[in-house]
Design a protein around this ligand. Structure first.
Ligand SMILES: [Zn+2]
Length: 249
């Protein structure tokens, strides 16, 4: 058991070959993440053609200006298991109106998660307070803070609200002491792992195009960091994924 809880397979040059390599590396399930309307058909097509690939439907904060109206109808598709990725990214949007649009798009997608009883995949960068405020304003919403790089205090508040925290290959980077600190503290029943491929390949693949097979390196690193057997970590993070998203093995 080994699950890549967040990848963008459709941005790889040859997704089919990457899927084969993932299977050879022991990856049993991948969640292919939507970022906008234009990219969603490729995401859905991968999930429709492969039993071990699932999809989300949603719009990334960097695309919050775009159309959001298509999302709700796609949530009914049998291979779509979550809303997102959505959230707030103030690193890439420093003017007030762009940030306001991101909040609006995020709130709309949190509402969809509640109304359709589906988890929400949340991206958050340099927007701790506004992200937490919006999560708290949406009582009952469930989901994951993906590729987490923010403070332990933020992780703790989201965990207290029932959220999961997903750790990417960044945890293996030399300058990511804060991510290691968080990754060591997240309770075993709330931890997920991901590649966020094609970006952010973990050591020892750093600098290469990332792909789901490399989640095995992040699992090894996290097991060492948390002083737990890697088999146990693979099983626990897979169990957490299945509990949250209701799919995968
Ligand atoms: Zn992503």
């Amino acid at each position: 058991m080994l699950i890549d809880s967040h990848c963008h397979l459709n941005y790889l040059d040859d997704p089919e070959e990457a899927i084969d390599r993932a299977r050879e590396a022991g990856v049993t399930t991948c969640l292919c993440i939507s970022v906008d309307e234009a990219g969603f058909p490729a995401v859905k097509s991968l999930a429709t053609r492969h039993a071990d690939i699932w999809a989300t439907a949603g719009v990334h904060p960097d695309a919050a200006d775009g159309n959001l109206e298509w999302i709700e109808a796609e949530l009914a598709h049998e291979r779509v298991v979550a809303v997102g990725e959505t959230g707030l990214d103030y690193l890439h949007a420093d003017d007030a109106s762009a940030q306001a649009r991101q909040r609006e798009a995020f709130a709309l997608q949190l509402d969809l998660g509640i109304r359709h009883d589906m988890p929400v995949v949340v991206h958050t960068r340099q927007a701790e307070k506004d992200t937490l405020d919006l999560l708290q304003a949406h009582a009952g919403v469930k989901g994951v803070l993906h590729c987490f790089t923010e403070s332990w205090s933020m992780a703790k508040q989201a965990l207290d609200q029932g959220f999961y925290v997903s750790i990417s290959g960044i945890v293996t980077f030399k300058n990511a002491a804060n991510v290691r600190d968080v990754a060591a503290k997240v309770p075993a029943d709330r931890l997920l792992i991901e590649t966020d491929s094609p970006w952010l390949a973990p050591m020892p693949k750093r600098g290469k195009t990332n792909e789901p097979a490399y989640v095995a390196h992040t699992a090894e690193f996290l097991a060492e960091l948390r002083q737990t057997p890697v088999e146990k970590l693979r099983q626990e993070t897979a169990d957490n994924f299945v509990r949250l998203f209701g799919c995968g093995v």
